[in-house]
Design a protein around this ligand. Structure first.
Ligand code: SF4
Length: 158
């Protein structure tokens, strides 16, 4: 699994300051993809060492780490999410381009998960017509509860 670039962002996860890492080799092939370069298998290896270098550099300024993509290696993303939870007191988000949450998703390591391919006419999460959804993942007793928080992206429209 490789990443191409990263940024500190404020809109991708509600109420979090997020280190968003853009993962390449995306298999989703959305019609109208806004970041077609991410469909190529390019960039630097995203492993524990590279992740630690990034997170340790920005840990004082962020509350969340978001894996943007990684549908070609969900188990790899979940491994790194687990690694973050073991080493930093940070939230973890995962942006998937699939319609459904992967069977390889492990909710104990992830606080937010976004699903849905990008459809140009529907727009992204900030568009009230979007097909995409973001869920907050909480543990209640021994169960994981998924709460749809997509409407939080529409504040400026409400
Ligand atoms: S999920 Fe869709 S929009 Fe995002 S990089 Fe992959 S193909 Fe492009």
């Amino acid at each position: 699994m490789k990443f191409v670039n990263y940024d500190i962002v404020f809109q991708e996860v509600p109420d979090e300051t997020t280190l968003a890492i853009n993962i390449s080799n995306c298999p989703c092939k959305c019609n109208g993809c806004h970041s077609s370069y991410l469909m190529q298998n390019i960039g630097e290896e995203l492993n524990e060492t590279a992740l630690n270098q990034l997170v340790s550099k920005y840990k004082k300024n962020i509350t969340c780490v978001a894996f943007m993509g990684g549908d070609a290696d969900v188990q790899g993303v979940m491994h790194l999410a687990h690694w973050i939870k073991n080493h930093y007191p940070l939230k973890v988000a995962w942006y998937s381009g699939r319609n459904e949450i992967s069977a390889n998703f492990t909710p104990q390591w992830v606080d937010y998960v976004k699903v849905g391919p990008y459809i140009k006419e529907c727009g992204g999460l900030e568009n009230p017509h979007t097909n995409q959804k973001m869920f907050k993942v909480d543990k209640h007793s021994n169960n994981f509860v998924y709460t749809d928080i997509t409407k939080q992206f529409w504040k400026k429209h409400l």
